[in-house]
Design a protein around this ligand. Structure first.
Ligand code: MG
Length: 373
């Protein structure tokens, strides 16, 4: 790997860990963070958490786990091209969805509604809470004791009210500074990943069609290119050839635009990169193309009646579980009862947020279905 840019995050300029630890001997600090994330329980749970489709709807749809892996590899490639810290980009990507509830955004919205009078629920903050407090792996501390820059990268957005409660992690929202360039990359790698895999999964499910997608500029351009080159091609290969071209142009545009922004601003170090306006960006044209695709997916996939049926069921399951555990905390497994510590709503939210889709459905049956144990 070529030498890192002067404004990259490194083990040497890191603000470090909350609990002092000896430096790793064979790995960088951020390789260690990445390894800790992969070994965590929350990471393994991602395999059974919904991205758009519930896990049991099909074996080939993305889950939060495969989504996170796709984000990590896109972010890593971009970081490398810009001479930024690949390990940090990978660590943030792998951790960015750890706090997601079962059933995707529907689950998070339902839990947020339940928690309205108790400080709310936000998956970004829950991801941070997972790595800072909820993982139980080390003798000397709760959580994974990750580096500041990894933790900061996980909190993509946050209200000013919450920022005030987050201490050093919340600071940048209050003083309007940016996170590291590596964290900025992860935010956009997330978008590149989900827009493209949702096109693929949407087509696979049959909920959206090629004809519909051909109305969308970015897709139309690339599917035409594939057809011109391979006139006989159809089926899955046509879709994959198109999607890989879309990912490629998005990644290349992001790298070129960001490199130009960096050249114009010329940050001399990490602090100057943080003080700059966001430097990691798409060109205006590509930003508009991404927005058009997002709008299409929202309208035709995320709000498809079959997806909404699942969504409404998910909301009811989460709301029912929350109500049951709030009305009688003795229904919680003993370790969660012990964790109540005076904040029953938060302990219940932690328990529900940690559930996989199928665990939540099973728990719902155990609590509500007569004849289940
Ligand atoms: Mg994501």
């Amino acid at each position: 790997m070529s030498e890192l840019a002067a404004y990259a995050v490194t083990s040497a300029n890191s603000r470090g860990r909350r609990h002092a630890e000896e430096r790793p001997t064979l790995r960088s600090e951020f390789q260690r963070d990445k390894d800790r994330i992969i070994h965590s329980t929350a990471f393994r749970r991602l395999e059974y958490k919904t991205q758009v489709f519930v896990n049991h709807e099909g074996d080939l749809f993305r889950t939060r786990l495969t989504h996170s892996l796709e984000v990590a590899q896109i972010a890593r490639g971009i970081a490398r091209a810009l001479r930024l810290n690949e390990d940090l980009a990978e660590a943030v990507s792998l951790a960015h969805d750890l706090g997601h509830t079962p059933f995707g955004h529907a689950g998070q919205d339902a839990l947020n509604d339940c928690m309205r009078d108790y400080g709310g629920f936000e998956h970004n903050l829950q991801s941070l809470r997972t790595v800072d407090q909820l993982e139980e792996r080390y003798a000397a501390f709760d959580g994974l004791n990750l580096c500041f820059e990894t933790r900061e990268g996980i909190v993509k957005h946050c209200s000013l009210e919450n920022a005030r409660k987050l201490g050093e992690i919340g600071e940048r929202f209050l003083v309007r500074r940016q996170p590291s360039l590596e964290a900025q990359i992860c935010n956009l790698a997330d978008e590149i990943a989900y827009n493209n895999h949702d096109v693929d999964d949407g087509l696979r499910s049959g909920l959206i069609t090629l004809e519909q997608l051909e109305e969308i500029g970015l897709f139309a351009r690339h599917v035409a290119e594939v057809r011109a080159r391979y006139p006989e091609l159809g089926g899955r290969r046509l879709i994959h050839e198109t999607v890989r071209r879309m990912i490629n142009v998005l990644v290349c545009d992001l790298i070129d635009t960001t490199a130009a922004n960096i050249a114009a601003r010329a940050p001399k170090n990490l602090d100057e990169a943080r003080e700059s306006p966001p430097l990691v960006a798409f060109s205006g044209e590509m930003h508009a193309a991404q927005r058009e695709m997002k709008r299409f997916l929202r309208q035709h996939l995320y709000q498809h009646y079959q997806v909404l049926r699942m969504t409404s069921k998910a909301r009811r399951i989460v709301a029912d579980l929350f109500a049951a555990f709030m009305s009688d905390p003795r229904l919680l497994p003993p370790q969660y009862q012990q964790a109540l510590g005076g904040d029953q709503p938060r302990a219940v939210a932690d328990y529900i947020a940690g559930m996989t889709d199928r665990y939540a459905m099973k728990e719902h049956r155990r609590l509500f279905a007569v004849g289940e144990i």
